[in-house]
Design a protein around this ligand. Structure first.
Ligand code: F0G
Length: 482
């Protein structure tokens, strides 16, 4: 991806790929969209894809694959044990991360389950720059506690801090002092910190965390699911490393990490996941859980076709033109919205554009899930499916009290190389309209509330009939149902 200055007109990101396979999309009328979201319990996770126009729910497992990836899938070596495909992935992992041992798993959260089984005990404390939903659930399930040591700037929705995913080193040192290595099995660093808006950490910060871990004898685990975006931001924003290539920066990050795990649904534009390390001890501690929960050590629940695609996808992630596409499209969307006064997370991060529902619908109390309500309203007026990343995505505490989220965000993910700029412009237009009519949006309440990861399949209803008023206004302004 390159940003090209046009001789006439605006500066826009220009795709360094072309489309060779397409999928037809439908945009159903607004009344049908209201019906669909009602059937889905006002939860965008429960919508049927056929009712969705632009699916910006996630970048997970929906990134566009390259011709080279598809070609590689055709030569996969299908075997329960010892497949050639496994050795090809293992070799690529060694080449890119310089890690000797690779354990495949069916996706990112499976790696978290393996890590938690191997290292988390009741009473364990796991410091991290910021939690991710599934990560935290696995640690809590094993009796551990997550402690966030994010820099204060990380939780400011609008900021010009280039690395909001950085760790506050004093907070981390305090935890080490308080609990010591006996209670802290590892520190987790998340690349492209998801829940605060896809925000990166700097290489300097990671190296400082590494030094602190060494001082106290604690392992450092890297969640590399969103590493591609983080690599791009280090190259773009961290002056000291600008002269290095993407493979060189990757190697420096890997050298700081005792264990690296990732969701290959994100990293490598395939499906699956895995863990790698140079420590035989760590490999040994984790591998039995691969065979117990995932599959044999040379496939770990992944299809060999996806493993071939992963090997190629990892290689392609080392290409700056490839990894810049997502962040540059996101920056375009964020800049356009910001110029029109729409509250968005800044600076633009990776993964997607994040609307600040806390300000967008500031009249909705957090207990009525403003980000959930905004995601639903946006679907109704556009057919665009985003994801709530606020209080709904949190879990209640032991006493059943709501844990109000630090941020109320609606994430509009831009899976890599999937959407065109006109589709992004359409989304911006409908967001602008919705902002003008934001007072029509009201809250949601639970009808069915699961106890674990409730945001995935909980069902809700609107607190009033605000949705039909929104539809009526939409039809009035657009002169019809689309
Ligand atoms: N770590 C991070 C940083 C993630 O973003 C995800 C998934 C996982 C771990 C778990 O990986 O889905 O393969 O099991 N994030 C997806 C998302 C679900 O939509 O942001 P998984």
């Amino acid at each position: 991806m390159t940003v090209v200055r046009f001789y006439y007109g605006e500066q826009i990101p220009l795709e360094m790929h072309k489309t060779r396979i397409v999928q037809k999309l439908d945009l159903i009328p607004v009344e049908q969209r209201l019906e669909a979201i009602t059937m889905a319990g006002n939860n965008t996770f429960l919508l049927k894809n056929r009712d969705v126009f632009l699916d910006m729910l996630t970048d997970s497992g929906v990134n566009a694959m390259s011709d080279q990836q598809l070609a590689a899938m055709m030569v996969a070596d299908d075997s329960y044990a010892g497949s050639e495909t496994f050795f090809r992935v293992e070799k690529k992992i060694k080449e890119i991360f310089d890690k000797e041992y690779f354990l495949p798993a069916h996706q990112g959260r499976a790696c978290e389950n393996i890590l938690a089984n191997a290292y988390v005990k009741p009473g364990s404390i796991v410091p991290m720059n910021y939690h991710f939903t599934t990560t935290k659930a696995h640690i809590v399930l094993r009796g551990g506690t997550v402690e966030e040591v994010l820099c204060d700037e990380g939780l400011k929705v609008t900021s010009d801090h280039p690395f909001k995913g950085n760790v506050d080193l004093d907070k981390l040192r305090n935890l080490f002092e308080q609990y010591g290595a006996e209670r802290i099995p590892f520190v987790r660093m998340e690349a492209g910190t998801n829940l605060i808006g896809g925000q990166p950490f700097s290489l300097d910060n990671l190296r400082a965390v590494r030094r602190l871990c060494d001082e106290y004898g604690v392992m450092l685990v890297l969640d590399a699911s969103l590493l591609a975006d983080n690599l791009y931001f280090i190259k773009e924003r961290e002056a000291a490393y600008r002269g290095l290539s993407i493979p060189e920066i990757t190697r420096m990050i890997a050298d700081c990490s005792d264990i690296i795990y990732f969701s290959a649904r994100k990293l490598g534009c395939a499906r699956g996941g895995g863990l790698c390390t140079n420590s035989y001890e760590a490999y040994n501690a984790m591998r039995e859980f691969v065979t117990l929960y995932e599959g044999f050590l040379t496939y770990g629940g992944m299809s060999v076709r996806e493993m071939e695609a992963l090997a190629v996808g990892l290689e392609e992630t080392m290409d700056e033109a490839m990894i810049s596409q997502g962040p540059q499209f996101i920056a375009y969307m964020v800049d356009e919205l910001q110029e029109q006064g729409i509250p968005v997370v800044t600076p633009a991060g990776g993964l997607g554009c994040h609307l600040d529902a806390g300000r967008f619908v500031e009249h909705i109390p957090q207990s009525q899930y403003p980000a959930g309500a905004l995601a639903v309203a946006l679907y109704i007026v556009s057919g665009v499916r985003g994801m709530e990343r606020g209080t709904l995505s949190e879990a209640r505490d032991e006493t059943g009290q709501e844990k109000l989220a630090d941020m109320e965000l609606v994430r509009l993910a831009l899976p890599r190389r999937v959407f065109t700029l006109s589709q992004v412009k359409y989304t911006i237009d409908r967001i602008l309209w919705l902002y003008e009519n934001r007072k029509l949006i009201e809250g949601l309440t639970f009808v069915e509330e699961p106890t674990v990861l409730r945001f995935f399949f909980g069902r809700l209803q609107p607190v009033s009939d605000w949705q039909s008023k929104l539809v009526a206004k939409f039809k009035e302004d657009f002169g019809g149902g689309l």
